[in-house]
Write a protein that binds this ligand. Structure first.
Ligand code: GLU
Length: 448
């Protein structure tokens, strides 16, 4: 069997972190099994779906590194849904209902008042031809429900273990609205069958749907896929993610300068008992992913964890992985620069600040109390080309000649040379600043 998974967003908005987690699980599982990852656009809601959102979803997936093997959209497949619908209807598995939303609501309230579960009573099955004619004469058009078997549906969920849905306790699901549009249930099943989806990996908010969907798959003669329903993600304080972090779209995370692998590393492990670790590349993340490690407790997402992980990803990032972006920023070529600055980065774009310390213009900071010391330092600066040894040679000399040590020895030099009280190790910065600029800055000359 070829493993085939699908990520099925609706292009009615931007992806947020919760969607990214669904996409990532589908991708990691498929790729770990040598299978295919499919992007399906659930755009049956033609009024709210837009090509712009569909494009944004593709951009976000590309940024995350989740390359899909195939993609299609539901709006191209309405004829397939019609055919499946006609087939089910011909076999009495779909029936027309004429209740208005108000009437249904009143029924539900009456049932609840009597202490009964608010399950649809199938009154529509008892309608006579005359009743139907009367509704149609009133101008009512029917919506359609799938007739559940009333039996227990069981499956072995990859995350939740053995599952059982008593369809007798469910309302027959509405699969088509009175205006002829489709609800998600039937199109999704038809697509999963046609696209030979082997594993449906999605959030636990779909567990009940799975009961009905398994019956529809069987009714249509399809193979029932393996299901995996993962727990939903909450904000770190337990609040709903979409509300609390509603602004945290993937686009915004991208624009804030986060490395996609930081987000991937975090969300691949949230909700498992395994530690969150910075993972540099997708093959490593794929190799370390095991869906059965996901637990049933909600996964808690803290945006600050992404930032912390981002720094750790950068601190371990090999030069090769950074080289192209460094070149774009006109950073000095070679691993030496990267290795000397990466430990100071939280975001990759912080490289620009470090380049600024080197290239200038810098306004040297020389405190009045340190003026004599900085003059002495200028006189003691090793002549000619500065190397990574120059800093220790220089400060050793100054230590002996001035008796200064620690912060008093180093800080006035850092502030004169970079205008800042912190930054990468001076041993690395000094040769990058170079002799001429170092002299001018020790003289307190403002560049520009
Ligand atoms: N479009 C559906 C959703 O976003 C897909 C659910 C599924 O994976 O089956 O909820």
């Amino acid at each position: 069997m070829t493993v085939r998974t699908r990520f099925a967003p609706s292009p009615t908005g931007l992806l947020h972190v919760g969607n990214a987690r669904a996409a990532l699980f589908c991708y990691l599982f498929a790729k770990g099994q040598g299978g295919d990852f499919i992007l399906r656009m659930d755009d049956t809601d033609e009024a709210r779906s837009t090509p712009e959102f569909a494009e944004a979803i593709k951009t976000d997936l590309a940024w995350l590194g989740l390359d899909f093997d195939e993609t299609f959209k539901q709006s191209e497949r309405f004829d397939k849904y019609e055919a499946a619908f006609a087939d089910l209807q011909a076999r009495g598995l779909v029936y027309a209902c004429y209740e208005t939303p108000d009437e249904l609501e009143r029924k539900r309230k009456r049932q609840l008042a009597r202490g009964m579960p608010p399950v649809y009573d199938r009154a529509a099955l008892a309608l006579s031809a005359d009743d139907i004619a009367a509704f149609e004469a009133e101008g009512r058009t029917p919506h359609y429900r799938f007739k559940l078997s009333g039996e227990a549906i069981v499956w072995d969920d990859m995350v939740r273990g053995s599952q059982k849905i008593e369809t007798a306790s469910l309302s027959d699901p509405v699969i088509r609205r009175a205006d002829g549009t489709w609800l998600y249930t039937l199109p999704s099943v038809v697509d999963d069958i046609d696209a030979k989806i082997s594993h449906v990996i999605r959030g636990e908010d779909h567990v009940t749907n799975s009961g009905a969907q398994i019956e529809i798959i069987e009714a249509l003669g399809g193979d029932v896929p393996v299901f995996a329903h993962f727990s939903l993600m909450l904000a770190a304080d337990g609040g709903a993610l979409s509300k609390r972090l509603g602004s945290l779209s993937l686009g915004e995370l991208r624009d804030s300068g986060i490395e996609p692998m930081s987000l991937n590393s975090l969300i691949a492990r949230l909700g498992t008992a395994d530690p969150v670790e910075p993972v540099q590349d997708m093959p490593t993340l794929i190799a370390g992913f095991d869906m059965t490690r996901l637990g049933r407790a909600p996964a808690r997402f803290d945006a600050e964890d992404v930032t912390r992980l981002n720094a750790r990803i950068l601190h371990d990032m090999p030069y090769q992985a950074a080289a192209a972006r460094l070149a774009e920023m006109n950073a000095p070529e070679g691993a030496a620069f990267w290795d000397s600055v990466k430990g100071n980065l939280t975001l990759f774009k912080d490289v620009a600040d470090i380049l600024h310390l080197i290239k200038g213009p810098v306004t040297p900071v020389i405190e009045a109390d340190d003026a004599d010391y900085v003059s002495a330092a200028l006189a003691a600066l090793p002549q000619g080309e500065l190397t990574v040894e120059s800093w220790s040679e220089w400060t050793q000399r100054l230590k002996e000649s001035t008796g200064r040590k620690g912060r008093a020895l180093f800080m006035p030099l850092r502030q004169a040379l970079t205008g800042q009280a912190h930054g990468p190790e001076m041993q690395h910065l000094l040769p990058l600043i170079g002799y001429d600029k170092a002299v001018a800055r020790l003289q307190g000359k403002t560049e520009g």
